[in-house]
Design a binder for this molecule. Structure first.
Ligand code: LIP
Length: 276
């Protein structure tokens, strides 16, 4: 019910500011860095600590809810995306930025009910920017409403895209090719290293579009809702409806922009880690 969603929303807003303090503590000190799927897929003790705090506190409050967390998945927890209320958590989106002291890091938390995201919260504690949305109620930055740019012309657009953490040559080739075909047609490309922040930038209008392949549900579940609530359009980069398990997204200020970007891209299909 709406009242329940309100309770969940208030709880997660309190919790994320607490978690932000832990991220900020770690931001400017030397961290212990380990690798996960490859040499450029990083994790620190702070990612794990923040995820533990978030899951523990939410589980205490809502014992029947389920969880999908980036670091729990990395540690081998079987992650199932089902109909039960499920919190989808990336404790630090932009871990590589976190390791290097580059300020685009964010805590990303979504709540899905019956596989539909109803709450999205993304907090960048370094820049103290809190983006949030509840389904049907608009998107906000630090409590004030935000709107996407409404841009329809690719030639006038600033586009965000990422190279990601895969170092497989054929993946790198496809991603560089995509950057090559887009740059020719736009004002600029930006790659700040966080899917969650990229989606918030389309939501607030500082970028007109964002696309990426290879990300996971925890990178884009919250940002997808925030962007759509700010008036943006999200889809599969190949043109179909967005799927949170397909590991890719195209988010644009308008449908017209998506229609100009989709035919330019080389589409990649990447296996899901998750069980539906
Ligand atoms: C990151 C994404 C980013 C992508 C990186 C990485 P993480 O998430 O947000 O868009 O390019 O490779 O997946 O691992 O920092 O949570």
């Amino acid at each position: 019910t709406e009242q329940e969603i309100d309770v969940y929303y208030k709880t997660v807003l309190d919790l994320v500011s607490l978690a932000g303090k832990v991220v900020n503590e770690g931001f400017s000190i030397t961290k212990h860095v380990e690798t996960k799927s490859g040499a450029a897929d990083l994790v620190t003790e702070f990612d794990q600590r923040v995820e533990e705090i978030l899951i523990k506190s939410l589980r205490e409050k809502f014992p029947t809810h389920k969880f999908i967390g980036e670091e729990s998945a990395a540690a081998g927890t079987k992650t199932v995306f089902g109909d039960d209320p499920t919190w989808i958590i990336d404790p630090i989106d932009g871990t590589t930025n976190f390791v290097h002291g580059f300020p685009f890091v964010a805590i990303s938390i979504a709540l899905a009910i019956k596989k539909e995201v109803v709450i999205g919260v993304i907090y960048n504690p370094v820049l103290d920017k809190l983006y949030s949305a509840v389904r049907g109620k608009g998107a906000f930055r630090n409590g004030r409403p935000i709107k996407c740019s409404g841009q329809k012309d690719l030639a006038l657009s600033q586009v965000a895209g990422e190279y990601g953490s895969s170092r497989e040559p054929h993946i790198i080739d496809a991603k560089c090719h995509n950057m090559r075909v887009i740059i020719e047609k736009v004002h600029s490309i930006r790659a700040v290293g966080s899917a969650a922040m990229n989606l918030c930038m389309v939501a607030e209008g500082s970028c007109d579009a964002y696309f990426e392949y290879g990300i996971h549900i925890w990178d884009y579940a919250a940002g997808d809702l925030i962007a759509r609530e700010a008036g943006a359009y999200t889809s599969d980069p190949s043109g179909g409806p967005l799927n949170l398990l397909h590991r890719c997204i195209l988010c644009t200020a308008t449908k017209e922009l998506a229609q100009q970007i989709t035919p330019l891209l080389t589409h990649m299909k990447i296996n899901s880690l998750l069980f539906v």
